[in-house]
Ligand binder design. Structure first.
Ligand code: NDP
Ligand SMILES: N[C@@H](CC=O)C(=O)O
Length: 401
């Protein structure tokens, strides 16, 4: 069985989650892709902290070792920060690899350039894991965008802050205690300032903005506030009035300007975010046709993030499947098996024995079935041939020519 060779950049919470999921879901992946998916190399920063999970996996701190692998198909970015992630993915795309990233900071700033490069090189680029952890938000928005116009988004996009707010309120934890558990659970960024001061949520908002509005908000005009100043006694008073603190990203566009806010807000028990607890994220998408769609699910952590990355791998592998091998035949219609021929008088000698007449529609129109249309017929000036999509159901008895 042929293989899809994968390199993992980063072997922390996300990298390990991806490795383990590829191992545990190998049979399923093989059924879906018809190929074995194999992690062949892992890049880390500090090699002394790690052991290769398998003797056949190259564990290295040198990206060039990975780029020089002769057979490499997919590079997954699960490292931290804008650089070196951006440069690494550019090199992977240049080499002809598909790339998948979970690195939202890098993608928020360099996503458009990477997408253009991937398009130019004919490779795939997946970034489902950059926003809202395991929620398939990127796919959902892409699908909706084909018909809907987006009026705005309201979302809880950071699992760590929602987890901290929940634990402080429900368990009476201090801020520091709740953050410590979020770190231990693998939810927090390697520098948790990104979570608690709202940078991570802002990066995710930027990724969504680029997808929905084709541009990003002006960073200088974005109101970004974290959760560090929320006082426990304010939480208590709010709770008694059935109000809860939620850290919310709001995205909209008016007068051709994209507005983005990241801030703690209070929601009443009638609001959909009221029950969004712990590491959950929630995204409320307001559209012109569908109305408002609400998605909710785990926003951080090892396996929800691995799920998003694996979804990307499956999708881009299927999108970039090699086309079926060309036949020796002569027209570009040869993948089709049925055609409708209009015009002229169809003579059996013109057709040849490989062509079956399915039905005569009238004196000048015929439904036929064949592997391909012979050149003589397709170049004949008195006939027009249309490929038939789907399977034609015969209405009358077949007619002999
Ligand atoms: N944790 C989560 O729930 C989610 C995280 N993400 C994103 O995924 C990425 C990874 O997150 P996470 O796994 O939590 O982070 P971790 O801190 O757990 O792991 C980061 C890994 O990347 C490696 N690394 C970092 N910088 C470099 C570098 N310059 N060169 C080589 N290796 C490097 C580290 O190596 P070493 O171990 O040697 O230090 C480590 O193995 C981040 O961009 C994050 O924002 C996205 C969605 C969810
Ligand atoms: N630190 C992030 C991880 C996922 O993106 C979060 O808590 O949401």
């Amino acid at each position: 069985m042929s293989k899809i060779n994968v390199a993992l950049l980063g072997y922390g919470t996300v990298g390990k989650g991806v490795y383990r999921t590829i191992e545990s879901h190998q049979d399923r992946l093989q059924r879906l892709l018809g190929k074995e998916v194999k992690v062949v190399a892992i890049l880390v920063r500090n090699i002394d902290k790690h052991i290769a999970p398998d003797e056949h996996v190259l564990l290295t701190t040198n990206y060039e070792d990975i780029l020089s692998l002769p057979e490499l198909h997919i590079v997954i970015d699960a490292i931290v920060g804008r650089e070196p992630g951006f440069s690494y993915l550019k090199k992977a795309i240049d080499k002809g690899c598909h790339v998948v990233t979970a690195n939202k900071e890098m993608f928020a700033f360099h996503g458009t350039e990477l997408q253009a490069l991937a398009l130019e090189k004919g490779v795939g680029l997946g970034y489902e894991a950059t926003v809202a952890g395991g929620i398939p938000i990127i796919q959902t928005i892409r699908q909706l965008l084909s018909v809907n116009h987006f009026l705005g988004i309201e979302a809880i996009l950071n699992g760590t802050t929602n987890f901290i707010l929940t634990n402080m309120r429900k368990l009476g934890s201090t801020f520091a205690e709740a953050l410590q558990v979020a770190k231990e659970n693998g939810y927090a960024e390697s520098d948790p300032t990104n979570d608690i001061e709202g940078y991570d949520a802002l990066y995710k908002g930027m990724v969504l903005s680029q997808l929905i509005y084709g541009g990003k908000p002006n960073i200088k005009s974005v109101k970004r506030k974290g959760i560090t100043h929320i006082q426990p006694n304010h939480m208590k008073i709010a709770e008694e009035a059935d109000l809860r603190f939620k850290h919310v990203v709001t995205l909209s566009k008016s007068n051709n300007e994209i507005q983005c806010k990241v801030e703690p807000v209070l929601v009443p028990d009638s609001h959909p975010f009221y029950q969004v607890e712990g590491v959950q994220n929630s995204v409320s998408l307001a559209t012109d046709l569908l109305g408002t769609l609400q998605l909710q699910g785990p926003g951080a952590g090892m396996f929800p993030t691995a799920s998003a990355i694996l979804e990307d791998i499956i999708q881009l592998e299927n999108e970039h499947k090699a086309p079926p091998a060309a036949k020796d035949s002569v027209t570009d219609q040869d993948a089709l098996s049925q055609w409708v021929i209009f015009g002229g008088y169809l003579e059996s000698e013109k057709l040849g024995s490989d062509i079956k007449i399915i039905e005569k529609l009238d004196d000048t129109a015929w439904v036929i079935e064949a592997e391909y249309i012979p050149l003589g017929l397709s170049h004949s000036s008195d006939v027009t041939i249309y490929p038939l999509r789907g399977k034609y159901e015969r209405k009358k008895l077949p007619i002999q020519v």
